[in-house]
Design a protein around this ligand. Structure first.
Ligand code: 13P
Ligand code: SF4
Length: 383
């Protein structure tokens, strides 16, 4: 596997540090040392001491050292389902990012506590749409008289406040595994969709799956008056795409697909739908992390794959499929720096704190936000 340069540490010094200061530094001075040779034994002991009181959920982008302790691993849809279905565990340790832990809190009972081992594990895409910006956009749509014909469809990768906005306005949440179904549902209700916050997932689903012409999509730039669009642009558009993107998937390129095809003509390319449209269009398969794993794992021995998604997942996929050749699609793309915030020291710290009767880094969504977000999340689960 070609892994490309390991840029995680550089990213942690940049984006990671900003998120740290935004969300508050967690567990200063209390974390076990990463070099502590007893970390694995400590995690095993603390997990055993908590028994069925704790459930550990692990997103596919998590580090191996964390995934090893997950009771359920999955994409964001599967983990939301697991949280919704699990009514007995007192503590849910979410090894993923902030918006996922918020969704788990919304979908679990009030007797259950959701814990994010590091509060700095955010998502740069989710941070690209604030509730105030989305409200402002909706007011513009109302002023133009188009809000009544518009349904918001919001990607899971968004704050609870934006999920709540979506629920209030009769919309649905979607994930990368059900975006097509969600958009078809929305277009059955209204003539326009406001898609938040990932422009790529919105465009790829509208154009490649629903076969809408590309010029039915416009991009709303929250930093410009009226999204940088004319009244006519907005009135004519079927899809209003928020100007957000994933800083990891947005870096895969068409050129690396072409290079792979030239070098290995029989290669199969599979990418995540958060990639740019030209990348998704040039690939052989597109799908959520769960679908990527299934497609590669079920392919014939000897098949060669170039995979365009986060590096932790691709590394594990290569290790778990020694009968195939699994390559990472691009040399310049790296780990998701915020997913990587969760490491074994943070997990041990969260588990041992619970054993000692201390609930740390609890993620709590207020009741009002929770009520409307739940409507939108349940709409997704019902689809
Ligand atoms: P899925 O888990 O839905 O594939 O999404 C990937 C992702 O970027 C999560 O942040
Ligand atoms: Fe957010 Fe992209 Fe990381 Fe997913 S991979 S958590 S969308 S930054």
């Amino acid at each position: 596997m070609s892994s490309g340069p390991r840029l995680t540490d550089l990213l942690l010094l940049g984006q990671g540090r900003d998120l740290l200061s935004e969300r508050g530094v967690s567990c200063t001075g209390e974390l076990p040392e990463a070099s502590d040779p007893t970390l694995v034994a400590r995690a095993i002991a603390a997990k055993a001491a908590l028994g069925s009181r704790v459930l550990i959920l692990g997103h596919h982008y998590q580090r191996d050292e964390v995934i090893e302790f997950a009771d359920v691993t999955g994409d964001s849809f599967k983990l939301a389902q697991a949280a919704a279905e699990q009514s007995t565990a007192e503590f849910i340790i979410f090894c993923g990012v902030h918006f996922m832990a918020e969704s788990a809190d919304i979908l679990t009972g009030s007797h259950q506590k959701v814990i994010l081992p590091d509060l700095a594990a955010g998502c740069s895409m989710a941070d690209m749409a604030t509730a105030a910006q989305v409200e402002e956009c909706w007011q513009d749509l109302e002023r133009l008289g188009v809000a009544t014909h518009t349904v918001p469809v919001t990607y899971m990768n968004s704050s609870a406040a934006i999920k709540s906005f979506t629920g209030k306005h009769g919309g649905t949440i979607c994930t990368s595994s059900n975006a097509e179904k969600s958009l078809r549902w929305a277009f059955g209700k209204a003539e326009k969709v406001l898609f938040l916050p990932d422009q790529h997932l919105g465009r790829n689903t509208a154009v490649n799956d629903l076969k809408l012409p590309l010029n039915d999509c416009v991009v709303w730039n929250p930093w410009k008056p009226q999204g940088g669009l004319s009244d006519e642009d907005i009135r004519n558009a079927k899809m209003i795409l928020w100007r957000g993107h994933c800083s990891v998937h947005g870096r895969f390129t068409r050129e690396s697909i072409d290079e792979f095809r030239k070098r290995i003509p029989e290669i199969k390319i599979i990418v995540h739908p958060e990639c740019q449209n030209e990348v998704v269009t040039a690939a052989d398969f597109v799908g959520s992390t769960e679908k990527i794993i299934k497609t590669v794992s079920e392919s014939a021995p000897g098949t060669q794959w170039a995979v365009g998604t986060e590096l932790n997942l691709v590394g594990r996929l290569a290790a778990q499929n020694p009968d195939k050749k699994v390559f990472f699609l691009d040399r310049t793309v790296c780990y998701c720096s915020t997913m990587n915030r969760i490491d074994l020291p943070h997990l041990v710290w969260a588990l041992e704190s619970l054993v000692n009767g201390q609930i740390v880094n609890e993620i709590r969504v207020d009741e009002e936000t929770s009520r409307y977000s739940k409507l939108a999340l349940e709409q997704m689960l019902a689809l």
